[in-house]
Structures are given as C-alpha cells and as structure tokens.
Design a protein around this ligand. Structure first.
Ligand code: 13P
Ligand code: SF4
Length: 351
C-alpha cells in the first residue's frame, strides 16, 4: 500500500469496500479509546468487558479484527471459536500497566504469600490488563479475571471463596474497589516485586485481606488532585467523573467513578446544558464531546494512551488487505484452556 499518495477518504473507502465484500465474515471491534475514524469504521465499540462479551458470543465471523491494545486482542483470542482468527492492526500496541506484572515475579509472590498463610487462604484475581499467561495462572489457582466494570463483583466473589484476595497488576483499581467495599486500608498491603516479601513484614502479609500488586496506568495516574480543584474553580456546578485507575485521592474529590462504559452512560445521561469534566483517555472524551453537543464536555487534563493511538487507518487497512494472515494474535493451547476458565468466571460476574 502506498501511504504517501493516499488520502484518508481513500483509505476509508477501501476499508468500507473490504467490509462490504466480507460481510458477516468480518467483525471489527473497537475500544472506546480508539481514534474517531477507527471507531466509525468498527462494527461494535465498547470497553474491555463489552468487547470480550462480543468476542465470546459471535459465531458468524471468521475474522475478528481487534482495534485496541494487545491484551484485549489476546483476550478475544482466548474466547473466540476455533474457526475464528483474531488480528490486531498493530502488534506493538501493548499496555504499560500489563507489562508491570510478569509470570515469574507473580509466581514468586504467590509462593511467598502462600508459604506464610497457606495456599487455601488466597484467591488470585487478575485485571484484564495482563498477559494471557497470568490469566491462565488465575484459572489454575481457582481465580478469575476482572475488568474495571466488574471489579467489585469479582472482589466479593473472591472473598466468598477464600480469606484473602491477591489482585494484580493495578494497585489503584484494587484500592478504589476496596474503598467501595469498605475494606479497611489496615487490611491491605501493596506488593513491590523488586523487594523481599514485596516490602512487607510477615505479620502484615498474614494479617492482610487484600494484597495489591504495585502496578499503575500512566495515562490515568496523570490526573492530580489539583486538576480537580482547578476545574471546580473554573466550572462551578460541573460534575466530575473519573476512571478507577485514577488514584484514590483523585477519586475522593470526583463526583463519580466508574469504568469506561459507566463514564459513557454518565455523560449520556447528564442533563442537557450541563457541564461534565472527565478524567480518562482523551480520544474517548473528544468523542463524547462530539456525540453530546447539548452538553459541555471537558477533559480533567489532557492524557492520551499512545498504545491505543498506534492503530490508525494505515494499520487497519493493511490488516484488512491481508485478512486472516497479518498480525494474528494467538494463544498457545497450554495457556488457553486455563485462561479461558478465568475469563469465563469474569463473564459470569456481572458489572
Ligand atoms: P476498560 O476496562 O474500562 O475498557 O479500560 C481498559 C483500560 O485499559 C483502561 O485504561
Ligand atoms: Fe494500558 Fe493505561 Fe493504555 Fe489502558 S490507558 S491500555 S491501562 S496504558
């Protein structure tokens, strides 16, 4: 494909042609943080929970093209049928947070914690933003995957199984969920994989109900308390809604907190004429502003996920031109079955 002499309209037209030709054999899934032109070309947009549901339910498509980051496409590959291929337009679209927890250090932490409190005392819950191998680890150890939509139900499910929950990699989603469920901060420890016993005392680990990996999202931890205070001054009367990957200090000052779908619904249901300040990824906020012209929608602070932004018209078009062949996302069979177990548990835990 010659990039230089092709206009955006031309690329869009070629993408629409391929879509028409493939019909129901092709399903393009787009995450809410994708560029507008990509979302406009997709068949279904959603957050990571909604897109997983879609991938798990679809039987007609032969090819699923996932416009999002790698762990999302990999999750779709775990849930897809054997006759379906999953492709991502850019294999380099990873997630910084997912890279903060690796199998080796999670297994080491698991061994250290269970040697103190016994294996039967601990259930692992992994955020969707993680490698398939970690999802499989959870499947093998009686645990589950969760997303920001169903983290509270997943934690409640976990505590109904065993005394302690081990949650990785996002400490902020973990802490905000614990606050929502009134789990005392005294019963929570943060695990630093670089330090012996995660930088905790054996007594603190034994006493803890919740063990949180020390990962975080650079896009959402960019928001500061002073951003909220500034916005309150500039827009008195505005409502402020943020994603639970933000720090608990930011969440405490906001009017509402919730997953990407929650934020979309919050803005949609805000009264006409109102002002809503949103603390999440900028591409979603810009689209919400366009789709809700009767309201004023502003970002809490500019924050873009460069990984999500890697998917552009060129990447999507090249993928479609080589449908079923280019940038395939696959999960080895040895990992897939266990990962599927943990993903199925996630799908049964309603948001
Ligand atoms: P959602 O689960 O809300 O789609 O969020 C995924 C994500 O990566 C947020 O940073
Ligand atoms: Fe990962 Fe953060 Fe980007 Fe979400 S916004 S994909 S958590 S880096």
């Amino acid at each position: 494909m010659t990039k230089e002499f092709t206009t955006a309209q031309d690329k869009e037209a070629r993408i629409r042609n391929i879509k028409r030709r493939l019909g129901k054999k092709l399903l393009i899934l787009t995450h809410h943080y994708q560029r507008k032109e990509i979302v406009d070309l997709g068949d279904y947009r959603g957050d990571s929970f909604g897109l997983s549901q879609k991938a798990a339910r679809d039987r007609k498509a032969q090819h699923i093209v996932f416009c999002g980051v790698h762990f999302m496409a990999e999750s779709a590959a775990i849930l897809a049928q054997p006759h379906q291929s999953v492709q991502i337009p850019d294999l380099e679209a990873g997630c910084w947070m997912a890279n903060m927890a690796h199998m080796e250090s999670v297994e080491k932490a698991w061994d250290e914690i269970t040697s103190l409190s016994g294996e039967g005392s601990l259930v692992p819950i992994v955020y969707m933003n993680s490698d398939a191998a970690l999802k499989a680890f959870c499947g093998r150890h009686g645990g589950a995957v969760c997303t920001s939509s169903n983290a509270p139900s997943a934690f409640q499910w976990g505590f109904a199984q065993r005394e302690k929950v081990f949650f990785f990699p996002d400490q902020h989603l973990g802490r905000n969920t614990a606050n929502r469920l009134s789990i005392s901060p005294d019963l929570t420890v943060v695990w630093d994989p670089e330090k012996p016993l995660g930088d905790n005392t054996p007594e603190a680990v034994k006493r803890a109900k919740l063990i949180l990996w020390n990962g975080f999202c650079l896009v959402h931890t960019r928001f500061q308390e002073e951003d909220i205070l500034n916005m309150r001054k500039r827009f008195p009367g505005a409502k402020i809604v943020v994603h639970p990957e933000c720090t608990q200090e930011v969440v405490a000052l906001a009017d509402a907190v919730g997953s990407t779908s929650f934020i979309v619904k919050f803005v949609r249901e805000a009264p006409p004429g109102s002002t809503v300040i949103v603390g999440t990824e900028i591409n979603l906020i810009n689209r919400l502003a366009l789709e809700n012209p009767d309201k004023k929608i502003f970002e809490l602070h500019y924050s873009l996920c460069p990984n999500m932004f890697k998917i552009d018209l060129d990447a999507l078009l090249s993928t479609l031109e080589e449908i079923g062949r280019r940038n395939l996302v696959t999960v080895p069979d040895g990992i897939k079955a266990d990962a599927r177990l943990a993903m199925d548990r996630m799908l049964s835990l309603t948001p």
